[in-house]
Design a protein around this ligand. Structure first.
Ligand SMILES: Cc1ncc(C[n+]2csc(CCOP(=O)(O)OP(=O)(O)O)c2C)c(N)n1
Length: 331
């Protein structure tokens, strides 16, 4: 694993990165609890991808860049600027939910305030929307960069080819990201693709692609930094394949023990990115175990408070269910 000091980030920034990773994990655990006690209807989680997601988000300028996430990107959205309460409001489907005011499914993250654009449920359609956003940046001569993520199964959708081809032709400021967790619901990679790496596909379109270890914060951060700088300078798109784990079932509606072997699930526990990042932060002298325990307590009360506040907020009025769904309304 690359040493954290090679990131060029300050101690404070690295501690903030770790806090995002820990917040993402603990908040997701809360979202699972809420589904299991029947207070919310659904959760789909990014446990196993948090370190790569935070490294990605921190390589962008969230003030001016655009993020088009997919449903596993909660931790990336936190690192991009959304709050714990924003996320829980979405889970409860409350009127104050910044993603869609309770009109979308949970986990379809969006925030007008933070340039995060909510995706549609047909997978990978955000790749084309992100390409359009990047084209707008080019036409408007702004130096903003777009980033769109998807899973490795969804990356095989036909529209991804259209998005990458158009982005390459126009040299658009966009980074395409595949979070490769080796599974598309119950379908393993042998039935998803025959090429060796998703990153290799970039070459066919005329730009660079790279596969990085999603547990290695610095490897991910450095790759994104390089491609974001190039895109901002007008050098066009790049593709980053983040190798991550899917530590949970696909969603709160399935049971992965039916289609994944016990051995695989056991082995995955040894590759937990939170545990690896925590060890690295301690070993390299950025945090002590005691400081992490304090952070755990702070996050627990932050999540408890946000849960209580979000739960107490009003649901959308059924009579207004289409308000904000169409473009003419400015919600
Ligand atoms: C066009 C389309 N086909 C099928 C689905 C149903 N579906 C939702 S998620 C998913 C699996 C996606 O797997 P992958 O892209 O590997 O991402 P992961 O969930 O593993 O992160 C499928 C088939 C969908 N939402 N949209």
């Amino acid at each position: 694993m690359k040493k954290l000091k090679e990131s060029g980030l300050t101690k404070e920034e690295l501690i903030e990165a770790f806090r995002h990773v820990l917040r993402g994990r603990r908040l997701d655990e809360r979202l699972w609890q809420l589904t299991r006690i029947g207070k919310t209807s659904f959760n789909i989680s990014g446990q196993g991808a948090e370190v790569g997601q935070v490294a990605m988000a921190m390589a962008f300028d969230s003030e001016k860049d655009y993020f088009l996430p997919y449903y596993r990107d909660m931790t990336a959205c936190l690192a991009w600027g959304m709050t714990t309460k924003d996320i829980i409001l979405g889970s409860f489907g409350k009127e104050a939910d910044p993603s869609s005011h309770g009109r979308q499914m949970p986990n379809h993250y969006g925030s007008k305030e933070h340039n995060i654009i909510s995706h549609s449920s047909p997978v990978s359609t955000q790749m084309n929307v992100a390409t359009g956003v990047a084209y707008a940046a080019l036409l408007e001569e702004s130096d903003s960069v777009s980033v769109a993520t998807t899973g490795e199964g969804s990356f095989n959708q036909g529209e991804v080819a259209e998005a990458m081809n158009f982005a390459a032709i126009k040299k658009l400021p966009i980074i395409f990201v595949v979070e490769n967790n080796l599974w598309a619901i119950s379908v393993g990679i042998e039935e998803q693709y025959a090429n060796e790496q998703m990153a290799d596909r970039a070459q066919a379109y005329g730009f660079e692609g790279i596969r990085v270890d999603g547990n290695d914060f610095v490897e991910c951060y450095t790759a994104f930094k390089k491609y974001v700088a190039a895109a901002r300078e007008g050098k066009g798109p790049a593709l980053v394949e983040l190798m991550v784990s899917r530590m949970t079932s696909h969603s709160s509606d399935d049971d992965q023990s039916i289609y994944r072997s016990k051995e695989e699930l056991e082995e995955m526990k040894t590759k937990d990115p939170l545990a690896a990042f925590q060890k690295q932060m301690i070993d390299e002298g950025y945090l002590t175990l005691e400081e992490i325990e304090v952070m755990e307590k702070e996050l627990k009360s932050e999540i408890n408070q946000a849960t209580d506040e979000a739960e107490a907020m009003p649901d959308p009025d059924p009579a207004e269910i289409l308000v904000g769904v169409w473009a003419e309304d400015d919600k």
